[in-house]
Design a protein around this ligand. Structure first.
Ligand SMILES: Nc1ncnc2c1ncn2[C@@H]1O[C@H](COP(=O)(O)OP(=O)(O)OP(=O)(O)O)[C@@H](O)[C@H]1O
Ligand SMILES: [Mg+2]
Length: 255
């Protein structure tokens, strides 16, 4: 972790109709930092990701990536700028193979133009080969290489979740947003996934914001945890600080 702040929000908020789903959200994410974003169901966690990725436009406040205000940017612009994500509900290309799913995600950064693609020029094949290799490397990181030729939809659920992360990494993110990546996994798969997330942070030059609502899952790997409830930050700090905060205990026990 360095001291450089890569992503910052200032009083970020959004109101749907009369309901303030997120308000006064102030966060700083440093380079290579792994921060947990936790909170009960409906607290506003996914809404924060939707704001950070341009799916929703904030009704208040600012999003600042590496010193640049990102308000008004569309999802593809956010992705290009380096904020990549996974979704709470898996969104893979079901009819495509595992390998193709990752290659398509790389393809969004491809250099060759349509004409080169149609006429299959030498540079097209060169780039195609590079992408194939890079995609296979990513699959290897998640122990998915043996399934490269299988249809994505036929993978067990836990593997599909990992494939989603591999896809997000293909976008060369500076900030990776993971929305409940362990949802639906058994305890063994979850423990493995948490380890992979730590590895990713170490091997790639990126910061991670990790949503989870089971606090115990993120405690072990996050340097810092932000807790939200009813759209507002109720606590933040080290896992130890947060776990011993009476407000957090109250939110989780529903007091
Ligand atoms: N597009 C929308 N229109 C209206 N209300 C919305 C919209 N998106 C989110 N909300 C509301 O904002 C609140 C926060 O929802 P959000 O999905 O961010 O919660 P969450 O913390 O991700 O919950 P979960 O743990 O269940 O995934 C909820 O009350 C939700 O109904
Ligand atoms: Mg959610």
């Amino acid at each position: 972790m360095s001291d450089k702040i890569i992503l910052k929000t200032e009083n970020l908020g959004i109101t749907f109709g009369g309901l303030k789903a997120v308000g006064d959200f102030n966060m700083e994410l440093r380079e290579k930092e792994l921060v947990g974003l936790i909170g009960p169901n409906g607290a506003g966690k996914t809404t924060i990701f939707n704001l950070l990725t341009g799916v929703y436009q904030p009704t208040e406040g600012a999003i600042i990536l590496d010193g640049q205000t990102m308000n008004g940017k569309k999802p593809h612009q956010m992705a290009k700028a380096g904020i990549c994500r996974t979704f709470q509900n898996i969104r893979l290309f079901k009819g495509m193979s595992v390998l193709e799913n990752v290659k398509v995600a790389f393809g969004q950064n491809m250099k060759y133009n349509v004409a080169q693609g149609i006429f299959r020029t030498k540079s097209y094949w060169q780039e195609e080969k590079e992408i194939d290799e890079k995609a296979r490397e990513l699959l290897k990181m998640f122990h998915l290489e043996e399934f490269a030729g299988n249809l994505a939809e036929n993978l067990p659920y836990g593997q599909q979740r990992k494939l989603e992360i591999a896809r997000a990494l293909a976008g060369s993110p500076r900030v990776l947003l993971l929305d409940e990546p362990a949802a639906g996994m058994n305890p063994t798969e979850t423990a493995e996934l948490m380890e992979s997330i730590e590895n990713i942070r170490r091997s790639f030059d990126l910061s991670i914001l990790l949503i989870e609502h089971d606090m115990s899952l993120v405690m072990g790997i996050c340097e810092r945890i932000i807790v939200i409830d009813y759209g507002m930050i109720i606590a933040s700090g080290t896992p130890y600080e947060v776990a011993n905060n009476p407000k957090v205990i109250g939110a989780y026990l529903g007091e």
